[in-house]
Design a protein around this ligand. Structure first.
Ligand SMILES: Cc1cc2nc3c(=O)[nH]c(=O)nc-3n(C[C@H](O)[C@H](O)[C@H](O)COP(=O)(O)O)c2cc1C
Length: 355
């Protein structure tokens, strides 16, 4: 059975979203937090607050048996930025850190971060050297906080910013680095999140990569996960983002924790509203004023758009006052077609072999 990893999506998979999803839908082996980055020479406060959204020490939380782990991610343009961010997370008790070499947003790429780093083998080599140092140091290297547990690193990357040659030029460096896994999104940065997935390059990478490999990109159904499992026997897992936001029961369905047809049942709807309630209550407690609260809850519905009546979806998006928003939510509960549309989605089989 493949591991199911929840991809990080800035603005969507917030701390409270991850917590609510784990408690209500489940089936996920690990949640990846959106990236922590440097702003004005320091780790960005907003990103740190999101990691702090959950109570307790990160190490203690991640050690709880049967609980999905929460893995923070960093994005950096140099070994200097990398060290500041890694040390911040290690101090917080995290013992697993993911490094982003795939973000295609021009704001990051132009600053030599994310997919913008893939063409710079020298900078990547320096960061990988630092990963080796921290991993080997067992918490006693001068650059990191003494007394901490060994820290493990993984990488999430694309094939390149402009050409897949970039990933293949880096692969020998990555193969030599002690990484727990590589997650590959087989698109180029310049494609952002659209356009064909390059399965030919994915397969070459799969053959040549010495680390456990995780596939990421466009997975929306249980049948697609099963197809990946059968086609790529060495694959460790799949990381799913938009597909899970659109269908939060996906991981549990694959794991057999919930009935494959549960999406059609009231159970699915009930869980969806339960999850929304947790996020809504948290937003009301944490933020002040209608517009701040709304900006944190409206995103919950964004990827559920195809499952909601257009008219109600528009009302949710356009709501400028909390009472307008709440009225729209109540309207969804009376929408009988929601379950049918979700079921149709679960049956839509994407045929990878035709890509
Ligand atoms: C709005 C948005 C925000 C994202 N934020 C992050 C992020 O913080 N870190 C990251 O590694 N990937 C980020 N991604 C990429 C996703 O993790 C994922 O790789 C991508 O959506 C493709 O997977 P999917 O087709 O399963 O959604 C983001 C994607 C989107 C659309």
């Amino acid at each position: 059975m493949l591991k199911i990893l929840f991809a990080p999506l800035q603005g969507y998979t917030t701390g409270i979203y991850r917590k609510a999803h784990a408690e209500i839908f489940g089936g996920v082996d690990a949640y990846y937090a959106p990236f922590l980055r440097i702003e004005n020479g320091k780790p960005r406060e907003k990103d740190l607050r999101d990691l702090n959204a959950l109570e307790g020490d990160a190490r203690e939380r991640n050690a709880r048996k049967g609980k999905a782990r929460e893995i923070p991610q960093i994005i950096a343009n140099s070994v200097e930025e990398f060290k500041i961010l890694a040390n911040t997370l290690i101090t917080k008790g995290y013992t697993e850190i993911d490094f982003n070499m795939g973000c295609p947003f021009p704001m990051q790429v132009n600053r030599h971060r994310g997919a913008g780093l893939l063409s710079d083998a020298q900078a990547v080599q320096k960061i990988m050297d630092e990963i080796r140092k921290i991993s080997n140091a067992n918490g006693t290297a001068p650059t990191i906080v003494k007394g901490t547990a060994p820290v493990k690193f993984s990488v999430k990357m694309r094939l390149g910013q402009d050409t897949p040659d970039e990933a293949f030029a880096l692969l020998p460096i990555l193969n030599e680095t002690p990484l727990t896994q590589i997650t590959l999104h087989p698109r180029l940065g310049k494609q952002q999140y659209k356009g064909a997935i390059d399965f030919k390059s994915f397969e070459k990478f799969y053959e040549e990569c010495h680390h456990p490999l995780v596939y990421n990109g466009d997975i929306t159904s249980v049948s697609q996960i099963c197809e990946m499992e059968h086609k790529y026997s060495k694959l460790t897992g799949v990381m799913i983002g938009r597909g899970m936001l659109a269908k939060p029961s996906l991981a549990a369905e694959y794991k057999g924790l919930s009935d494959i047809n549960s999406a059609a049942s009231q159970d699915f709807l009930g869980k969806l509203f339960q999850m929304h309630q947790v996020i809504f209550d948290h937003a009301c407690k944490t933020y002040q004023g209608d517009s701040q609260i709304l900006s944190h809850v409206q995103s919950f519905w964004e990827y559920l758009e195809p499952s909601i009546h257009k008219k109600i979806f528009k009302k949710i998006k356009k709501a400028g006052k909390l009472n307008e928003y709440q009225a729209a939510i109540i309207e969804i509960t009376s929408q009988s077609s929601l379950k049918t549309v979700i079921l149709e989605h679960s049956d839509r089989i994407h045929n990878f072999s035709n890509d």
